[in-house]
Design a protein around this ligand. Structure first.
Ligand SMILES: [Zn+2]
Length: 289
């Protein structure tokens, strides 16, 4: 599954920007001074439990393990693309352990409130709002969720009251989806938490790296046209293609129906010197030396 490897941490300066992929759309970014989580999610459940509406609860042992793998107890912010369970369910517990501020939609606010996070530790954003954390500036750009479930956006709508787990996956309503543009003096990247396409939203914006969720996409060509081409990245890093119904594992197995062949083939045809790299799970990789 690995394509060309990125630089490893021992090859660069201490204040380089590095990322740890947590599986799905979960990332931990750090420049040695400031840490940021985006969509941290590790409490995985099998397809049967998720699909049959069994109540799910955050798995504290795994969250603790991942706080230690990422070094995330120093995180300052947790950025959330949307409030589906596989993006938002664990967020309050990463926030509790680290003291990080949660940044996301009104629905994400209610996921945090349901877990007892104080309101002053939550920031509700709307389209084009920015937050800073150390040298990082994150801007939320309203995008659209992909039609991931039989051609439809799953679990649409808002979470309009505090969501107290355990709760079924369907209780974690989407609440609007945001692309997150993160700027740092060493480089700019975009986190694309769900591969829907909304033409025109990236006009005038560029990013050197795009972390591109590809699970549940309609096709790769429309992502190239409406996400990759406008942003002119040098590197695309596919995320959220791994099987989220199995354990987080070093040996990443793709989600059923994710059509990796179509992805690699279409990206290769795009050419233009664009690099496409996958990340190892749970290992720090330098993105901006
Ligand atoms: Zn989603």
């Amino acid at each position: 599954m690995y394509k060309q490897k990125l630089l490893k941490t021992h090859e660069v300066a201490d204040d380089s920007v590095r990322v740890i992929w947590m599986g799905t759309a979960g990332l931990y970014l750090s420049d040695g001074e400031t840490g940021l989580y985006i969509d941290p999610f590790v409490s995985r459940y099998g397809l049967l439990k998720v699909g049959c509406g069994i109540s799910l609860k955050p798995q504290h042992r795994l969250i603790k393990e991942w706080l230690s793998i990422t070094g995330g107890n120093k995180a300052e912010k947790i950025l959330v693309s949307h409030s589906h369970y596989d993006h938002a369910m664990d967020v309050p517990y990463f926030a509790q352990a680290s003291g990080a501020m949660i940044v996301g939609s009104e629905s994400t606010f209610n996921v945090a409130r349901g877990a007892g996070i104080p309101e002053k530790q939550i920031r509700i954003i709307s389209d084009r709002d920015s937050v800073t954390a150390g040298k990082f500036t994150a801007t939320f750009i309203k995008s659209i969720h992909s039609p991931a479930l039989f051609g439809k956006i799953p679990w649409q709508g808002e979470i309009d009251e505090p969501l107290i787990p355990p709760a079924p996956a369907s209780a974690y309503r989407e609440g609007g989806t945001y692309a997150i543009l993160v700027k740092h003096p060493r480089g700019t990247f975009l986190h694309y938490g769900s591969p829907g396409v909304k033409p025109g939203i990236f006009e005038g914006i560029s990013a050197e790296i795009v972390f591109l969720s590809i699970g549940g996409r309609k096709d790769t060509a429309s992502l190239i046209r409406y996400v990759i081409e406008p942003l002119h990245p040098k590197t695309v890093i596919p995320i959220h293609f791994d099987d989220l119904f199995g354990p987080v594992d070093k040996n990443v197995s793709p989600l059923i129906g994710v059509k990796m062949d179509e992805f690699w083939k279409t990206m290769a045809e795009k050419g233009d010197g664009l690099k496409v790299n996958t990340l190892p799970v749970g290992e720090a990789v330098v993105i901006f030396p």
